[in-house]
Design a binder for this molecule. Structure first.
Ligand SMILES: NC(=O)c1ccc[n+]([C@@H]2O[C@H](COP(=O)([O-])OP(=O)(O)OC[C@H]3O[C@@H](n4cnc5c(N)ncnc54)[C@H](OP(=O)(O)O)[C@@H]3O)[C@@H](O)[C@H]2O)c1
Length: 258
């Protein structure tokens, strides 16, 4: 069987890095995107597989077009494109300064996903194959207090991916939405509250790869959080408000990525 061709954004740390390592262990050819060049280069040297790195911000439409063009010209149409790059931060609407954080989270977590997929869609449709994978979050299932920007961005990602799934299905291209619960990465290392069913990134990456291979439409990982997500969806607004009254809030923005 021919080696998989996989393009992953947000590969410089956490889940994206673990996905790169997982697919490299399967002998895949990789295209890896992130802003931190040093981390990408060090990952590239560790991976024993053909691998191109692209130092780019997913908000930069032109840079993402150029990365996709280069990947296709070198390796051909990808089998899997994973829009994983994302940021998280606590926000409160009452804080004027947080408006910039709202904008940045929507730009990176939603528009960044569109910028990642768009340049591949024509070639994948023509080939009538492949999977577009979006990493959403269980935080997009209901609005979490203190995380309005993050919850809104992930809810938007979930809805966007659902639209895309139906659109692309006519042309033989699969769209998989993965909504992780808690995975141990730099994003969650700063959380000071308990994180139920916290999963190691290498374990998560194997489960993500399996779900992608099985062409799942929507999956929450770990599965225990999947049941929690189902319950969250069912709660009437008054009960949700009661349950969330004293919920811990996410830490505020890291201004580096604005
Ligand atoms: N960890 C969890 O429990 C959890 C739960 C639910 C969902 N998620 C989602 O999973 C994805 C990965 O998160 P993670 O936990 O692995 O976090 P992480 O370790 O902080 O990694 C985030 C990755 O995204 C990249 N990134 C951020 N902004 C970018 C931008 N503007 N352009 C290009 N790359 C950018 C970062 O690279 P650079 O900084 O080098 O650009 C980094 O590689 C995110 O979408 C996150 O929302 C995580």
């Amino acid at each position: 069987m021919a080696a998989l061709k996989v393009f992953i954004t947000g590969a410089s740390s956490g889940i994206g890095q673990a996905l790169a390592q997982e697919y490299a262990s399967q002998g895949a050819t990789l295209g890896l995107v992130a802003r931190r060049e040093v981390l990408l280069k060090s990952l590239q040297t560790q991976l024993n597989t053909p691998c191109s790195i692209y130092v780019a911000d997913v908000r930069d439409e032109e840079a993402m077009q150029a990365a996709a063009k280069d990947f296709i010209s070198k390796y051909g149409v990808p089998d899997i494109v994973i829009a994983n790059a994302g940021v998280s931060a606590g926000t409160l609407t009452e804080n004027k300064a947080d408006t910039a954080t709202f904008r940045a989270l929507i730009d990176i977590n939603v528009i960044g996903m569109v910028n990642t997929f768009q340049p591949f869609t024509a070639a994948m449709k023509k080939a009538r194959q492949g999977s577009l994978v979006g990493i959403a979050s269980i935080a997009g299932v209901r609005g979490l207090p203190g995380a309005g920007a993050y919850s809104a961005s992930k809810a938007a990602a979930i809805a966007y991916l659902e639209s895309l799934r139906v659109e692309m299905s006519q042309d033989g291209v699969m769209v998989t939405t993965i909504a992780p619960g808690y995975i141990k990465t730099p994003m969650t290392d700063i959380n000071k509250y308990p994180m139920p069913f916290l999963m190691a990134p290498d374990v998560a990456a194997k489960k993500f790869a399996k779900a992608i291979k099985q062409k799942k439409r929507f999956i929450v990982i770990p599965w225990q959080m999947g049941w929690l997500a189902k319950l969250m969806r069912c709660l009437p607004p008054w009960l949700w408000d009661f349950a969330m009254k004293n919920a811990p809030h996410k830490a505020h923005a890291n201004w580096d990525w604005l």
